[in-house]
Design a protein around this ligand. Structure first.
Ligand SMILES: Cc1cc2nc3c(=O)[nH]c(=O)nc-3n(C[C@H](O)[C@H](O)[C@H](O)COP(=O)(O)O)c2cc1C
Length: 381
């Protein structure tokens, strides 16, 4: 399969599946428990229909948005995701460069495989640092100071991962960092030798955001131990309020779902929230961001930037989210499969297709700017 034959999410997913060893493909593709929430994330967009207006003069289309003080050339951004150099050797470098080319924002994860400083050098565009809350408060402050120093524009604290989700596909393959594959998993690596050659010919796997603080090398600390031993399940609103003050800039909570929590985010001075269920990878059976969006926008949308992610695969999904009131929409697997399939060229093709779909969709909707997308143009079934 060739990149030029990829026309949508499903094509990129298929190409990634051909290239990746099974355990890695399933790590990206999989979700928690029965993956009900994961499936609903995309299905939710089909619970409503767009109602276009015609004859509106739609020559020039302006799809730019301003969110958390950042002007984005398109209303989608690359949400932070872990371990990208495992999917393709270009990893976060590819995503940073592609985001810059498309004039949009991207996130580097705490579990990123390229340093936030290097990503900063690659992209002059808006950059998010995705952060987890550690038991060691000193470490939290140290990491925020490092991010400030690096010129990070938006601090994003993920709050839906107080413990790891039950990812049964990973249990079956033995996927873990460091690798602890079972025989079936090892066989799946053996049948994808080109991935293995590529992986081993490039620089050593690293987690630069954490390596000064956590030993990932000697098997002393694994990612699952990082979650259970270093992150703080007692994290409270007061702790986060302190962080917001300390950061003193654009600060966003990722994984807020309830109206009550959205209001508290406003109270403690956050400038943004991302409604998200972590791509269905955490609490299975939880509501989707799109289903929950209207309620939250109505409650706090005039006081804080409300974004959403989960299941976005089409330009029309983005149009529906913007119509309900999201300020911008996060992409996860939508850019990860293209990354795995073809590195930077893959991410760029995916963003180009997304840009064309949004532009075409806006034109067909009779909207020349994002503000013209409203709930009047949406009907729930
Ligand atoms: C492979 C993978 C790794 C992820 N790693 C992180 C992470 O390190 N931190 C985080 O906040 N979210 C992480 N996410 C969640 C994404 O940021 C985003 O919320 C989610 O992928 C959106 O759903 P979608 O993949 O259906 O678009 C990850 C998602 C995937 C698929």
């Amino acid at each position: 399969m060739r990149l030029r034959n990829c026309h949508n999410f499903r094509d990129f997913r298929r190409m990634a599946k051909q290239r990746l060893p099974g355990p890695i493909f399933n790590y990206i593709d999989g979700a928690a428990d029965d993956e009900v929430t994961h499936r609903r994330n995309t299905a939710a967009f089909e619970s409503c229909d767009l109602v276009p207006n015609v004859l509106r003069g739609v020559n020039g289309i302006d799809m730019s948005v301003t969110v958390m003080g950042q002007k984005l050339g398109m209303p989608v951004y690359c949400s932070p995701t872990a371990l990208q150099r495992l999917f393709h050797h270009e990893g976060e470098r590819a995503v940073a460069a592609a985001a810059a080319r498309f004039d949009t924002m991207f996130g580097v994860s705490s579990l990123g495989t390229v340093s936030l400083e290097e990503a900063r050098r690659i992209s002059g565009g808006p950059q998010i640092y995705q952060f987890y809350f550690h038991k060691d408060r000193g470490l939290n402050r140290e990491m925020m100071a490092r991010a400030k120093q690096a010129g990070i524009d938006v601090m994003m604290l993920t709050v839906d991962s107080i413990t790891g989700g039950n990812r049964e596909r990973d249990k079956r393959t033995g996927f873990a960092i460091p690798f602890r594959l079972n025989p079936a998993g090892i066989t799946q690596f053996a049948v994808k030798p080109s991935w293995a050659i590529n992986y081993f010919l490039h620089e050593r796997f690293r987690l630069p955001q954490l390596e000064n603080h956590v030993d990932m090398g000697g098997g002393v600390m694994s990612i699952s131990k990082y979650f259970t031993e270093m992150l703080d399940p007692s994290m409270s609103w007061d702790d986060v309020a302190e962080m917001v003050q300390y950061w003193d800039g654009q600060f966003c909570l990722k994984g807020v779902m309830s109206v009550e929590d959205a209001k508290r985010a406003v109270e403690i001075g956050c400038t943004g929230i991302v409604l998200s269920n972590h791509g269905g990878r955490q609490l299975d059976g939880s509501r989707t961001a799109f289903d929950q969006l209207a309620e939250v926008v109505d409650a706090v949308g005039d006081r804080i930037d409300v974004m959403m992610d989960g299941g976005v695969q089409r330009g029309t999904h983005v149009l529906k989210a913007l119509s309900v009131g999201a300020k911008a929409v996060g992409l996860g697997r939508y850019y990860l499969f293209p990354l795995a399939a073809a590195g930077q060229a893959g991410v760029e093709r995916a963003l180009e297709l997304m840009r064309m779909e949004i532009e075409r969709g806006m034109r067909l909707m009779g909207c020349s700017s994002v503000e013209q997308l409203t709930r009047q143009n949406l009907r729930f079934r």
